[in-house]
Design a protein around this ligand. Structure first.
Ligand code: FES
Length: 60
């Protein structure tokens, strides 16, 4: 995973930011959204962020 890749252009949230949120205890897309702001704007990234969150949670 490229941690520097921006997954939510609206708020410049990177994949690494999402991974950090999961590491800090986020256990759902809703919590990742709260912690990183990913998905709070246009919503176009929602699918991608949800998918990545699921993937990261499965790895834990
Ligand atoms: S790209 Fe994430 S809210 Fe717009």
């Amino acid at each position: 995973m490229n941690r520097r890749k921006v997954i939510c252009p609206c708020y410049q949230v990177t994949k690494g930011d999402v991974a950090d949120a999961v590491e800090k205890g986020a256990s759902s897309f809703k919590e990742v959204k709260k912690m990183t702001r990913a998905g709070k704007g246009c919503g176009k990234c929602k699918k991608k962020v949800k998918k990545l969150t699921k993937k990261l949670l499965a790895k834990q």
